[in-house]
Write a protein that binds this ligand. Sequence first.
Ligand code: PLP
Length: 409
Amino acid sequence: MLIADRVLRLSESATIAVGARANALKATGKDVIAFGMGEPDFVTPEPIRRAAIAGLEKGLTHYAPTPGDKASREAIANKLNRENHIACKPEHVSITAGAKHALYMTLQCLLDSGKGQEVILPTPAWLSYKPLIEIAGGRCVEVPSTVGTGYKITPKQLEAAITPNTTGVIINSPSNPCGVAYRTEEIEAFVQVLARHPHVTVIADEIYEKLLYPEIEPGLRHRSLASFPEIAERTITINGMSKAFAMTGWRVGYICAPGEGGRFAKELIKLQGQMTNGIATFIMPAIVEALTNGADDVERMRQVFARRARLIHERLSTIPRFRCVRPNAAFYSFPDIGECLGRTTPGGKRIETPGQFADALLDEALVAVVPGEDFGHCARSHVRFSFACADENIVRGIDRVAEWVARLT
Ligand code: PLP
Protein backbone atom coordinates (compact mmCIF):
# COMPACT_ATOMS: atom_id res chain seq x y z
CA MET A 1 0.00 0.00 0.00
CA LEU A 2 1.30 3.47 -0.84
CA ILE A 3 2.00 5.87 2.00
CA ALA A 4 2.88 9.52 1.40
CA ASP A 5 6.53 10.46 1.88
CA ARG A 6 5.68 13.39 4.14
CA VAL A 7 4.02 10.98 6.58
CA LEU A 8 6.72 8.33 6.31
CA ARG A 9 9.28 11.02 7.15
CA LEU A 10 7.48 11.90 10.40
CA SER A 11 8.94 10.52 13.61
CA GLU A 12 6.83 9.22 16.47
CA SER A 13 6.61 11.60 19.43
CA ALA A 14 9.37 10.56 21.88
CA THR A 15 7.14 11.58 24.80
CA ILE A 16 4.41 9.22 23.74
CA ALA A 17 6.93 6.43 23.04
CA VAL A 18 8.50 6.74 26.51
CA GLY A 19 5.03 6.78 28.11
CA ALA A 20 4.09 3.59 26.28
CA ARG A 21 7.29 1.79 27.33
CA ALA A 22 6.92 2.90 30.96
CA ASN A 23 3.29 1.74 31.01
CA ALA A 24 4.20 -1.62 29.48
CA LEU A 25 6.76 -2.17 32.24
CA LYS A 26 4.26 -1.06 34.92
CA ALA A 27 1.76 -3.57 33.54
CA THR A 28 4.23 -6.37 34.32
CA GLY A 29 4.18 -5.25 37.96
CA LYS A 30 7.41 -3.24 37.95
CA ASP A 31 7.66 -0.19 40.25
CA VAL A 32 8.33 2.35 37.49
CA ILE A 33 8.64 6.03 38.45
CA ALA A 34 7.56 8.11 35.47
CA PHE A 35 8.84 11.60 34.73
CA GLY A 36 7.77 11.25 31.11
CA MET A 37 4.35 12.65 30.36
CA GLY A 38 3.82 16.39 30.19
CA GLU A 39 0.46 16.54 31.88
CA PRO A 40 -0.84 17.57 35.29
CA ASP A 41 -1.41 14.62 37.62
CA PHE A 42 -4.55 16.35 38.96
CA VAL A 43 -8.07 15.44 37.87
CA THR A 44 -9.96 18.30 36.20
CA PRO A 45 -11.62 20.44 38.93
CA GLU A 46 -15.10 19.26 39.80
CA PRO A 47 -17.13 22.33 38.70
CA ILE A 48 -15.65 22.01 35.21
CA ARG A 49 -16.50 18.30 35.05
CA ARG A 50 -20.03 19.08 36.30
CA ALA A 51 -20.54 21.69 33.57
CA ALA A 52 -19.80 19.09 30.87
CA ILE A 53 -22.09 16.54 32.52
CA ALA A 54 -24.87 19.14 32.68
CA GLY A 55 -24.25 19.90 29.00
CA LEU A 56 -24.70 16.24 28.11
CA GLU A 57 -27.82 15.98 30.24
CA LYS A 58 -29.25 19.05 28.53
CA GLY A 59 -28.83 17.25 25.22
CA LEU A 60 -25.86 19.17 23.81
CA THR A 61 -25.12 16.26 21.52
CA HIS A 62 -25.37 17.85 18.08
CA TYR A 63 -22.82 19.62 15.92
CA ALA A 64 -21.82 23.06 17.15
CA PRO A 65 -20.45 25.81 14.90
CA THR A 66 -16.91 24.90 13.76
CA PRO A 67 -15.04 27.55 15.83
CA GLY A 68 -17.18 26.94 18.94
CA ASP A 69 -20.50 28.26 20.21
CA LYS A 70 -21.11 31.93 20.97
CA ALA A 71 -20.74 31.62 24.76
CA SER A 72 -17.40 29.80 24.74
CA ARG A 73 -15.82 32.05 22.10
CA GLU A 74 -17.02 35.05 24.12
CA ALA A 75 -15.53 33.59 27.31
CA ILE A 76 -12.17 33.12 25.56
CA ALA A 77 -12.17 36.59 23.97
CA ASN A 78 -13.10 38.14 27.35
CA LYS A 79 -10.28 36.26 29.07
CA LEU A 80 -7.76 37.38 26.43
CA ASN A 81 -8.87 41.01 26.67
CA ARG A 82 -9.07 41.05 30.46
CA GLU A 83 -6.04 38.99 31.50
CA ASN A 84 -3.72 39.17 28.50
CA HIS A 85 -4.57 42.65 27.18
CA ILE A 86 -5.06 41.24 23.70
CA ALA A 87 -7.57 43.36 21.81
CA CYS A 88 -9.80 40.78 20.14
CA LYS A 89 -13.40 39.82 19.46
CA PRO A 90 -15.08 36.40 19.69
CA GLU A 91 -14.94 36.05 15.89
CA HIS A 92 -11.14 36.12 16.03
CA VAL A 93 -11.15 32.96 18.15
CA SER A 94 -11.47 29.32 17.14
CA ILE A 95 -11.66 26.44 19.59
CA THR A 96 -9.64 23.42 18.52
CA ALA A 97 -9.00 19.80 19.49
CA GLY A 98 -6.11 20.75 21.78
CA ALA A 99 -3.43 23.37 21.30
CA LYS A 100 -1.55 20.94 19.04
CA HIS A 101 -4.43 21.07 16.56
CA ALA A 102 -4.39 24.88 16.77
CA LEU A 103 -0.66 24.88 15.94
CA TYR A 104 -1.11 22.35 13.14
CA MET A 105 -3.77 24.49 11.47
CA THR A 106 -1.89 27.74 12.07
CA LEU A 107 1.17 26.39 10.27
CA GLN A 108 -0.94 24.90 7.48
CA CYS A 109 -2.54 28.31 6.95
CA LEU A 110 0.79 30.14 7.07
CA LEU A 111 3.06 27.99 4.89
CA ASP A 112 3.15 26.61 1.37
CA SER A 113 5.33 23.75 0.15
CA GLY A 114 8.19 24.55 -2.18
CA LYS A 115 8.43 28.25 -1.42
CA GLY A 116 11.48 28.03 0.84
CA GLN A 117 9.60 29.54 3.76
CA GLU A 118 11.37 29.45 7.11
CA VAL A 119 10.02 29.35 10.64
CA ILE A 120 12.37 30.38 13.44
CA LEU A 121 12.29 28.19 16.52
CA PRO A 122 14.25 29.03 19.69
CA THR A 123 15.52 25.71 21.01
CA PRO A 124 15.39 23.50 23.04
CA ALA A 125 11.73 23.47 22.01
CA TRP A 126 8.71 21.22 22.35
CA LEU A 127 9.28 18.28 20.04
CA SER A 128 6.15 18.69 17.91
CA TYR A 129 6.97 22.13 16.50
CA LYS A 130 9.55 20.95 13.98
CA PRO A 131 7.41 18.14 12.50
CA LEU A 132 4.40 20.49 12.39
CA ILE A 133 6.45 23.10 10.50
CA GLU A 134 7.85 20.52 8.10
CA ILE A 135 4.58 18.79 7.35
CA ALA A 136 3.19 22.20 6.40
CA GLY A 137 6.06 22.61 3.90
CA GLY A 138 8.29 24.99 5.87
CA ARG A 139 11.89 24.79 7.02
CA CYS A 140 12.60 24.94 10.72
CA VAL A 141 15.44 27.32 11.63
CA GLU A 142 16.68 26.52 15.11
CA VAL A 143 18.10 29.26 17.32
CA PRO A 144 19.94 27.47 20.11
CA SER A 145 20.35 28.15 23.82
CA THR A 146 22.18 26.25 26.55
CA VAL A 147 22.25 25.68 30.30
CA GLY A 148 24.82 28.49 30.36
CA THR A 149 22.32 31.00 28.94
CA GLY A 150 19.51 29.76 31.18
CA TYR A 151 17.82 28.34 28.05
CA LYS A 152 17.17 31.81 26.73
CA ILE A 153 18.07 33.17 23.32
CA THR A 154 19.10 36.81 22.92
CA PRO A 155 17.42 39.49 20.77
CA LYS A 156 20.66 39.52 18.73
CA GLN A 157 20.32 35.83 17.94
CA LEU A 158 16.70 36.37 16.92
CA GLU A 159 17.63 39.29 14.66
CA ALA A 160 20.47 37.30 13.05
CA ALA A 161 18.14 34.40 12.23
CA ILE A 162 15.63 36.56 10.33
CA THR A 163 15.98 36.44 6.52
CA PRO A 164 13.71 37.52 3.66
CA ASN A 165 12.41 33.90 3.72
CA THR A 166 11.39 34.05 7.37
CA THR A 167 7.65 33.56 7.42
CA GLY A 168 7.11 32.93 11.10
CA VAL A 169 8.69 32.70 14.51
CA ILE A 170 7.39 30.52 17.32
CA ILE A 171 7.85 31.85 20.83
CA ASN A 172 6.89 29.46 23.61
CA SER A 173 7.18 31.13 26.99
CA PRO A 174 6.93 29.49 29.50
CA SER A 175 8.76 26.73 27.68
CA ASN A 176 8.40 23.02 27.33
CA PRO A 177 10.97 21.41 27.80
CA CYS A 178 13.10 24.11 29.47
CA GLY A 179 10.77 24.95 32.37
CA VAL A 180 11.67 28.62 32.10
CA ALA A 181 9.78 31.76 31.17
CA TYR A 182 11.23 34.93 29.74
CA ARG A 183 10.99 38.04 31.89
CA THR A 184 8.84 40.93 30.68
CA GLU A 185 11.84 43.02 29.68
CA GLU A 186 13.20 40.12 27.62
CA ILE A 187 9.88 39.78 25.80
CA GLU A 188 9.94 43.55 25.17
CA ALA A 189 13.39 43.24 23.61
CA PHE A 190 12.11 40.52 21.23
CA VAL A 191 9.20 42.78 20.30
CA GLN A 192 11.61 45.56 19.38
CA VAL A 193 13.39 43.18 16.99
CA LEU A 194 10.17 41.80 15.53
CA ALA A 195 8.76 45.30 15.02
CA ARG A 196 11.60 45.90 12.53
CA HIS A 197 10.58 42.89 10.39
CA PRO A 198 6.94 43.29 9.36
CA HIS A 199 7.04 40.26 7.03
CA VAL A 200 7.33 37.91 10.03
CA THR A 201 4.23 36.36 11.61
CA VAL A 202 4.59 35.72 15.33
CA ILE A 203 3.14 32.53 16.80
CA ALA A 204 2.94 32.84 20.58
CA ASP A 205 2.31 29.51 22.28
CA GLU A 206 1.20 30.56 25.75
CA ILE A 207 -0.22 27.26 26.96
CA TYR A 208 1.84 27.36 30.18
CA GLU A 209 1.09 31.03 30.97
CA LYS A 210 -0.60 30.18 34.29
CA LEU A 211 2.27 28.06 35.58
CA LEU A 212 4.74 30.75 36.60
CA TYR A 213 6.58 30.74 39.92
CA PRO A 214 7.39 34.23 41.16
CA GLU A 215 8.06 32.61 44.55
CA ILE A 216 11.15 31.13 42.83
CA GLU A 217 12.00 34.07 40.59
CA PRO A 218 10.62 37.26 42.15
CA GLY A 219 8.84 39.63 39.79
CA LEU A 220 8.16 36.99 37.15
CA ARG A 221 4.85 37.55 35.35
CA HIS A 222 3.36 36.66 32.02
CA ARG A 223 3.26 39.17 29.19
CA SER A 224 1.48 38.19 25.97
CA LEU A 225 3.22 39.04 22.71
CA ALA A 226 -0.10 39.99 21.11
CA SER A 227 -0.56 42.71 23.75
CA PHE A 228 2.17 44.81 22.09
CA PRO A 229 0.59 47.15 19.54
CA GLU A 230 3.78 47.05 17.40
CA ILE A 231 3.18 43.39 16.47
CA ALA A 232 -0.44 42.73 17.55
CA GLU A 233 -1.75 42.69 13.97
CA ARG A 234 0.53 39.80 12.98
CA THR A 235 0.65 37.83 16.21
CA ILE A 236 -1.32 34.62 16.55
CA THR A 237 -1.89 33.45 20.11
CA ILE A 238 -2.17 29.74 20.85
CA ASN A 239 -3.48 28.62 24.20
CA GLY A 240 -5.77 26.00 25.69
CA MET A 241 -7.21 24.32 28.73
CA SER A 242 -4.86 21.33 28.92
CA LYS A 243 -2.18 22.48 31.32
CA ALA A 244 -3.69 25.22 33.50
CA PHE A 245 -7.00 23.45 34.15
CA ALA A 246 -5.70 19.84 34.11
CA MET A 247 -7.79 19.08 31.02
CA THR A 248 -5.31 17.27 28.75
CA GLY A 249 -7.71 14.45 27.96
CA TRP A 250 -10.54 16.79 26.99
CA ARG A 251 -8.65 18.09 23.96
CA VAL A 252 -9.46 21.79 24.14
CA GLY A 253 -7.15 24.40 22.69
CA TYR A 254 -7.76 27.70 20.97
CA ILE A 255 -6.26 30.17 18.58
CA CYS A 256 -6.77 33.92 18.51
CA ALA A 257 -5.82 35.92 15.41
CA PRO A 258 -7.32 39.42 15.49
CA GLY A 259 -5.10 40.92 12.77
CA GLU A 260 -6.55 42.43 9.58
CA GLY A 261 -10.07 42.19 10.95
CA GLY A 262 -9.66 38.49 11.69
CA ARG A 263 -8.71 37.42 8.13
CA PHE A 264 -6.33 34.68 9.31
CA ALA A 265 -8.90 33.32 11.78
CA LYS A 266 -11.52 33.19 9.02
CA GLU A 267 -9.26 31.18 6.71
CA LEU A 268 -8.23 28.87 9.54
CA ILE A 269 -11.87 28.21 10.43
CA LYS A 270 -12.44 27.28 6.76
CA LEU A 271 -9.66 24.69 7.05
CA GLN A 272 -11.05 23.46 10.37
CA GLY A 273 -14.48 23.06 8.80
CA GLN A 274 -12.99 20.62 6.29
CA MET A 275 -10.90 18.89 8.91
CA THR A 276 -12.57 18.29 12.28
CA ASN A 277 -15.45 20.76 12.57
CA GLY A 278 -15.96 21.92 16.14
CA ILE A 279 -14.97 20.08 19.30
CA ALA A 280 -17.57 18.10 21.30
CA THR A 281 -20.53 20.41 21.90
CA PHE A 282 -21.17 19.44 25.54
CA ILE A 283 -17.61 20.47 26.43
CA MET A 284 -18.27 24.08 25.52
CA PRO A 285 -20.09 24.97 28.79
CA ALA A 286 -17.09 23.52 30.64
CA ILE A 287 -14.82 26.01 28.89
CA VAL A 288 -17.05 28.85 30.03
CA GLU A 289 -17.10 27.50 33.59
CA ALA A 290 -13.29 27.12 33.69
CA LEU A 291 -12.55 30.58 32.32
CA THR A 292 -15.19 32.29 34.45
CA ASN A 293 -14.84 30.55 37.80
CA GLY A 294 -11.73 28.38 37.64
CA ALA A 295 -9.06 30.78 38.94
CA ASP A 296 -8.91 29.37 42.49
CA ASP A 297 -8.38 25.83 41.25
CA VAL A 298 -5.65 26.99 38.86
CA GLU A 299 -3.90 28.78 41.73
CA ARG A 300 -4.17 25.71 44.00
CA MET A 301 -2.46 23.55 41.36
CA ARG A 302 0.09 26.25 40.54
CA GLN A 303 1.23 26.37 44.16
CA VAL A 304 1.77 22.62 44.17
CA PHE A 305 3.82 22.80 40.97
CA ALA A 306 5.91 25.64 42.43
CA ARG A 307 6.74 23.47 45.45
CA ARG A 308 7.68 20.56 43.19
CA ALA A 309 9.81 22.84 40.98
CA ARG A 310 11.89 23.67 44.06
CA LEU A 311 12.04 20.08 45.20
CA ILE A 312 13.14 18.55 41.91
CA HIS A 313 15.75 21.25 41.34
CA GLU A 314 17.19 20.74 44.84
CA ARG A 315 17.50 17.04 44.14
CA LEU A 316 18.72 17.12 40.55
CA SER A 317 21.36 19.73 41.27
CA THR A 318 23.02 17.40 43.78
CA ILE A 319 23.89 15.00 40.92
CA PRO A 320 27.46 15.98 40.03
CA ARG A 321 27.22 14.77 36.41
CA PHE A 322 24.09 16.85 35.68
CA ARG A 323 23.98 20.55 34.83
CA CYS A 324 20.59 22.10 35.49
CA VAL A 325 18.76 25.37 35.00
CA ARG A 326 16.43 26.18 37.90
CA PRO A 327 12.83 25.88 36.61
CA ASN A 328 10.73 29.00 37.16
CA ALA A 329 7.68 27.90 35.13
CA ALA A 330 5.73 25.01 33.57
CA PHE A 331 6.55 21.56 35.01
CA TYR A 332 9.82 20.53 33.45
CA SER A 333 13.47 20.29 34.33
CA PHE A 334 15.85 19.70 31.44
CA PRO A 335 19.31 18.79 32.72
CA ASP A 336 22.36 18.56 30.48
CA ILE A 337 23.61 15.00 31.02
CA GLY A 338 26.58 15.33 28.64
CA GLU A 339 28.97 14.14 31.38
CA CYS A 340 27.15 10.79 31.48
CA LEU A 341 27.57 10.05 27.78
CA GLY A 342 30.42 7.87 26.58
CA ARG A 343 30.15 5.79 29.78
CA THR A 344 28.95 2.28 30.69
CA THR A 345 25.90 1.60 32.84
CA PRO A 346 25.83 -0.68 35.90
CA GLY A 347 24.07 -3.22 33.63
CA GLY A 348 26.95 -3.10 31.15
CA LYS A 349 25.41 -0.94 28.39
CA ARG A 350 27.45 1.70 26.60
CA ILE A 351 25.55 5.03 26.43
CA GLU A 352 26.39 7.53 23.72
CA THR A 353 23.07 9.39 23.33
CA PRO A 354 20.25 10.66 25.56
CA GLY A 355 18.03 8.01 23.93
CA GLN A 356 20.36 5.25 25.11
CA PHE A 357 20.62 6.95 28.51
CA ALA A 358 16.81 7.04 28.85
CA ASP A 359 16.41 3.42 27.70
CA ALA A 360 19.02 2.13 30.12
CA LEU A 361 17.69 4.25 33.00
CA LEU A 362 14.24 2.77 32.46
CA ASP A 363 15.49 -0.81 32.12
CA GLU A 364 17.96 -0.74 34.98
CA ALA A 365 16.60 1.82 37.48
CA LEU A 366 12.90 1.83 36.47
CA VAL A 367 12.79 5.59 35.96
CA ALA A 368 11.20 7.06 32.81
CA VAL A 369 12.50 10.33 31.31
CA VAL A 370 12.22 11.76 27.78
CA PRO A 371 15.46 11.88 25.74
CA GLY A 372 16.41 15.31 24.44
CA GLU A 373 17.32 14.58 20.80
CA ASP A 374 13.93 15.63 19.40
CA PHE A 375 13.90 18.95 21.27
CA GLY A 376 16.56 20.44 18.97
CA HIS A 377 20.20 20.08 17.92
CA CYS A 378 21.33 21.89 21.06
CA ALA A 379 19.40 19.38 23.22
CA ARG A 380 21.40 16.35 22.16
CA SER A 381 22.96 15.86 25.56
CA HIS A 382 19.80 16.42 27.61
CA VAL A 383 16.85 14.56 29.07
CA ARG A 384 13.53 15.95 30.24
CA PHE A 385 11.98 15.33 33.64
CA SER A 386 8.32 16.29 34.03
CA PHE A 387 7.61 17.08 37.68
CA ALA A 388 3.85 16.81 37.27
CA CYS A 389 3.89 13.91 39.71
CA ALA A 390 3.69 13.35 43.47
CA ASP A 391 6.43 14.82 45.70
CA GLU A 392 7.17 11.32 46.96
CA ASN A 393 7.87 10.14 43.40
CA ILE A 394 10.22 13.07 42.90
CA VAL A 395 12.18 12.18 46.03
CA ARG A 396 12.31 8.42 45.37
CA GLY A 397 12.80 8.78 41.63
CA ILE A 398 15.66 11.27 41.74
CA ASP A 399 17.37 9.22 44.47
CA ARG A 400 17.28 6.26 42.08
CA VAL A 401 18.64 8.39 39.23
CA ALA A 402 21.44 9.77 41.43
CA GLU A 403 22.49 6.33 42.57
CA TRP A 404 22.43 4.92 39.02
CA VAL A 405 24.33 7.87 37.56
CA ALA A 406 26.99 7.58 40.28
CA ARG A 407 27.62 3.98 39.15
CA LEU A 408 28.31 4.89 35.49
CA THR A 409 31.91 4.08 34.62
N1 PLP B 1 2.37 23.54 23.23
C1 PLP B 1 3.26 23.09 24.13
C2 PLP B 1 4.46 23.91 24.42
C3 PLP B 1 3.05 21.87 24.78
O1 PLP B 1 3.95 21.43 25.69
C4 PLP B 1 1.90 21.11 24.46
C5 PLP B 1 1.67 19.80 25.09
O2 PLP B 1 2.51 19.17 25.66
C6 PLP B 1 1.01 21.63 23.53
C7 PLP B 1 1.27 22.84 22.93
C8 PLP B 1 -0.21 20.87 23.13
O3 PLP B 1 -1.21 20.93 24.07
P1 PLP B 1 -2.59 20.16 23.89
O4 PLP B 1 -2.53 18.98 24.78
O5 PLP B 1 -3.64 21.16 24.29
O6 PLP B 1 -2.72 19.77 22.45
